[in-house]
Each structure stands twice: as structure tokens, then as C-alpha cells.
Design a protein around this ligand. Structure first.
Ligand SMILES: *Cc1c(COP(=O)(O)O)cnc(C)c1O
Length: 375
């Protein structure tokens, strides 16, 4: 049977013909770098995030680094983040010259445990970078109460969280900095890209400088450089893809939600008790269902499990292996056992297929395969 079925990847972008035509138009126009499409995308994103200033970039990594720079964070400062994320989240702290400090995650939400954050705050702590893992929001009330109490800036790594909400309000529409990624696996994408939601016009101006070599232009030949910027601007080609994706964001997220619900129904209420595997939190209100994870029981070796699933033509991901256990971080003094929950999750988590053009039978096929590979 399985020979007849096509390979099911864990994710796949959805791109319509209108977007392809829009990209072709950008190519024909002769204006390929940041231009009218970037401006239009920033305007749409700003509207989406309740009128806050938004600037686009060529990744959802430089967005966080630039937020830290705008906040004046650098050498001598400490920034607290989660060990359970894509390595970018911690790398950006080191890029600014500051020191990353980790706090372990909550075993159910897989988000940073805010009580553990409080325990590692020192007089040098300047900011927190929480991650809304898989689009499941952190406890925003608790996060911002903590930030206020200790006078910390927050850079939300909302790379996965476009369309997620907290008590009815969109992630990014309130709070401090919010960074989103438009990397190709995210709920909407621009090939590569990202955006940063900022607090005011002054921060937005600084963001513009940091994304283009620190340059400020005036008139036809006026130019000055007064900060050290990099090369992080989004192309109009990418922005045209983003504009095409924005039209479908609500529909993409609704489809993801429906598929996630179908996963829970198909796994059934006894799945966890019978197998020892853990399902994600069944949040059908606030989460944008960027990914659907299960944590495998200790008795299962993830590599062999992924191989068996691959034989059944089902592609899996793993998001993420604990950051502090990478060689580069070990060399900075981090070791096994420091953040045991992130370590266990990082070793046993797998990402099941979930993307808008999947159908219910793909979910059913995946669940059947998971159950058989767990035996
Ligand atoms: C995708 C992602 C990033 C990085 O985004 P890029 O656009 O690939 O640079 C950072 N953090 C998290 C949690 C992500 O999922």
C-alpha cells in the first residue's frame, strides 16, 4: 500500500499563481531590491499588528539582533533565553557581545519557564528573549510583569507565532519588540525574510539604519553614517511573495488548526497512556499551530523512529535540539544536565507533517504510522 502513496514532508509552502505572477512582475519592473513591495508589505504588517511600526528584513534572525542593538545591549550585559529554540535565538545575543543565560522550559508548553527566568536575573540582566514555541504563546501577563519588575527589555522571538493570540490580542500587537520570521517553513513566508514590530518612530528609524549599513540619506546627494549597520534589507522579490502570502494567512492558519484538531481526534484519548508519548497542549484558541510535535517515550530511539517513518514515506523534523549542548556553547561552559527538561525534549521530540495543503487522510496515515512505529 505505502508504495502507492506519495512522500509526505513535514512542511511545504503554499504558493498561488497570483504570487508567481507578482514575482514575475517585480523581475520585469527592473526594481528588484527594497522598493514599493517592501513598503506595501510593511504597511500591511503594521495594520495587522494594530498600527505599531513594522520593518522588514532578510531574516527573522537579524531582526532579533537589531532589536537588541536598538535596546543598547552589548558587552557586559546578560540576556536570558530558552535552550529550546533554533540556535539563532541564542546566537544573536553573542553577536551583540552580550552573554546568553539560559532558563529551562516548562515540560508541557515547551516555552521558557518564567519562574526559572526570575531565578537567574542578576544586576547585569538587560533583556529576555522568550520564544512562542510552535506558536503557543508564552504567558504574556507573567512575562511582562516580570520584565516590568526587573526593568528588562523583551524581544519576543515570535518567529513561529504569526496569527497567534493572547487573550484575544494578536502576538506582536502589544508588548515590547516582536520578531517574526518569513523563512520558508513558517506559516507565511517570503523565501527568506522576517519583520520586527517596534515601539515608536525613533526605534523604526534606528532599525532602518541598522538594516542598511547605518546610512541616512537626505535630498538627492545627502548621506551620512552614524551607527554601524549591516546588510539586512528585504528585496522587492521577497516582499511580493509576502504580499501574496498575507492574503492567505487567516485561511492557512484556519487549515492548520483544523488539521491539528484532527490529529488529536485521530490519536484518541488513550494514545499517551498506551504509548508513553506526549502530545502537545490542545490549545484551539490562541495557538497558530505552526508545528505539531510529539515527544517520544525514552524507550524509543528518535533516529530509528525517523528512519521507520521515512520507510513509510513520512518525513519528520525535530525542533529543537537543546542549544546549550552544541559544541560552540559547550565551549562557553555549558554542559549536560544543566537544563534537563530542554535536554530530554530536545532528544525525543519529533515534528509531524502539518501544512495547509495536507488533508485529513494525510493526518490519519501519519497517526497510523506513528502508532505502528511506537510498537
Ligand atoms: C525560524 C526561526 C528563527 C530564525 O528565523 P530565520 O528567518 O530563519 O532567520 C528563530 N527562532 C525561531 C524560534 C524560529 O523558528
Amino acid at each position: 500500500m505505502s508504495e502507492q502513496l506519495p512522500f509526505l514532508p513535514f512542511t511545504k509552502p503554499t504558493i498561488d499563481e497570483e504570487t508567481i505572477a507578482a514575482v514575475a512582475n517585480v523581475l520585469r519592473s527592473g526594481w528588484l531590491t527594497s522598493g514599493p513591495n517592501v513598503q506595501a508589505l510593511e504597511a500591511q504588517l503594521s495594520e495587522y499588528f494594530g498600527g505599531r511600526p513594522v520593518r522588514t528584513f532578510n531574516s527573522g534572525t537579524c531582526t532579533m539582533e537589531i532589536a537588541l542593538r536598538i535596546a543598547g545591549i552589548g558587552a557586559g550585559d546578560e540576556v536570558i533565553t530558552t535552550p529550546n529554540s533554533w540556535v539563532a535565538t541564542a546566537n544573536v545575543i553573542i553577536e551583540t557581545g552580550a552573554t546568553p543565560v539560559f532558563a529551562d522550559i516548562d515540560p508541557r508548553t515547551h516555552n521558557i519557564d518564567l519562574d526559572k527566568v526570575e531565578a537567574v536575573i542578576t544586576p547585569r540582566t538587560k533583556a529576555i528573549i522568550p520564544v512562542h514555541m510552535c506558536g503557543l504563546p508564552c504567558d504574556m501577563d507573567k512575562l511582562y510583569a516580570l520584565a516590568k519588575k526587573h526593568n528588562l527589555r523583551v524581544v519576543e522571538d515570535a518567529a513561529q507565532a504569526i496569527g497567534s493570540t493572547w487573550q484575544g490580542k494578536r502576538i506582536g500587537s502589544f508588548g515590547d519588540f516582536a520578531s517574526f520570521s518569513f523563512q520558508v517553513n513558517k506559516n507565511i513566508m517570503t523565501g527568506e525574510g522576517g519583520c520586527l514590530v517596534l515601539n515608536n518612530a525613533e526605534e523604526a528609524r534606528l532599525a532602518e539604519k541598522y538594516r542598511l549599513q547605518g546610512v541616512t540619506r537626505s535630498g538627492l546627494d545627502g548621506i551620512d553614517v552614524d551607527v554601524l549597520g549591516g546588510k539586512y534589507n528585504m528585496t522587492d522579490i521577497a516582499a511580493a511573495i509576502g504580499l501574496g502570502q498575507m492574503k492567505h494567512l487567516a485561511e492557512f492558519n484556519a487549515k492548520r488548526l483544523a488539521l491539528a484538531k484532527h490529529y488529536f481526534t485521530t490519536f484518541g484519548p488513550d494514545f499517551e497512556a498506551q504509548t508513553g508519548a506526549e502530545l502537545p497542549i490542545a490549545d484551539f484558541e490562541q495557538c497558530n499551530w505552526h508545528m505539531f510535535h510529539i515527544v517520544l517515550p525514552e524507550r524509543i530511539n528518535r533516529g530509528s523512529f525517523m528512519e521507520k517513518m521515512m520507510e513509510l514515506k513520512i518525513g519528520l523534523g525535530y525542533h529543537y535540539r537543546a542549544i546549550h549542548l552544541f559544541s560552540y556553547y559547550r565551549a562557553r561552559g555549558f554542559t549536560d544536565g544543566m537544563f534537563p527538561i530542554a535536554e530530554r525534549v530536545g532528544k525525543q521530540i519529533v515534528t509531524l507533517p502539518l501544512f495547509p495543503t495536507m488533508n485529513e487522510s494525510d493526518v490519519e496515515r501519519t497517526v497510523a504510522a506513528v502508532k505502528s512505529c511506537l510498537q
